[in-house]
Design a protein around this ligand. Structure first.
Ligand code: PPS
Length: 283
């Protein structure tokens, strides 16, 4: 438990677990838990909701340490400097959805701390593709860059184009198998992102248990915001919804193309269900 809380590095890593600059008895510590993905799975919602717990402090921005070479080569002291200040009893959590599909990330995370707890939040992979495209589209429109319609990227001569990056990011079994080459299954907790949208509290309870945290998150920490169309958070009189980049209207896709997408994911989903030992009611 102590190792989990302090995020102690493995004997192979060169730096110590906490920064040398204390602030009111607090230090910056390596994370004891990381939300590794998936992109557009609900990683921000999960991080902010875990942050409701008094024993949890989170890195506000995505750190991209294990998946971006330039960051990784800055070393663990740089990584630690991106973390919040915490007391020894608190758990530091960071989220970078890009870790999940980054080939070198599993071994690098293990080298940092083989006892680190990993959270993976998944969502219907077909919906995730549309969400992923919608985000890229939004970024391109904001920068006045040209863009292709989703259907053009997704289909080639009427068939699913397996080279489309957003599609590949939804092949959860492929990415998870790399993590399972390095980490034992029980060190990776799978969160149902669709369930988190419908009713966050039960998913948060399970995550709390997995992280060995005392049960402090309550149903009263959540309320459904009809304007936002999502659950928002309430703590100590503060009301917090995620920003407008979360829960955007999705880009249009024909019913036929969406059906093809669902069909395409049938086999990969089955492999993923076998890997995690549970199934999800995806399209
Ligand atoms: N409570 C609450 N409020 C708002 N949004 C919520 C919430 N819970 C889950 N979600 C879903 O989170 C999706 C975005 O996922 P991520 O945060 O992982 O996206 S990102 O990869 O960091 O860009 C986002 O996906 P889209 O709806 O496709 O935008 C949301 O559906």
């Amino acid at each position: 438990l102590r190792e989990l809380r302090s995020g102690s590095p493995s004997p192979h890593s060169s730096s110590s677990a906490s920064s040398p600059a204390p602030q009111n008895g607090t230090l910056q510590r390596l994370p004891g838990a990381i939300i590794i993905g998936v992109r557009k799975g609900g990683t921000r919602a999960l991080l902010e909701m875990l942050n409701l717990h008094p024993d949890v402090e989170v890195a506000k921005a995505e750190v991209h340490y294990f998946n971006v070479e330039e960051h990784f080569h800055r070393g663990l002291s740089w990584y630690r400097s991106q973390m919040p200040f915490t007391l020894p009893s608190q758990l530091t959590v960071e989220k970078t959805p890009g870790y999940f599909s980054a080939p070198l990330a599993p071994a690098r995370v293990w080298d940092m701390n083989p006892a680190v707890r990993l959270l993976l939040i998944v969502r219907d992979p077909a919906e995730r593709v549309v969400s992923d495209y919608t985000q890229v589209l939004h970024n391109r429109l904001t920068r006045h860059k040209p863009y292709q319609p989703l259907e053009e990227l997704l289909l080639q001569k009427g068939h699913i184009n397996p080279k489309y990056k957003a599609l590949q990011r939804s092949l959860y079994h492929q990415h998870l198998s790399r993590w399972l080459e390095v980490f034992p299954r029980d060190q990776i907790h799978v969160v149902d992102g669709d369930a988190l949208i419908r009713d966050p509290f039960p998913e948060l309870k399970k995550a709390e248990r997995f992280l060995l945290l005392p049960p402090k998150i309550n149903p009263s920490n959540f309320y459904y915001n009809t304007t936002k169309g999502f659950y928002c958070m309430l703590t100590a009189g503060h009301d917090k919804c995620l920003d407008e980049s979360k829960g955007r209207p999705h880009a249009p896709l024909s019913v036929q193309a969406f059906k093809q997408l669902c069909h395409y994911f049938r086999k990969p989903n089955k492999l993923f269900f076998e890997m995690v030992g549970r199934s999800f009611s995806w399209c």
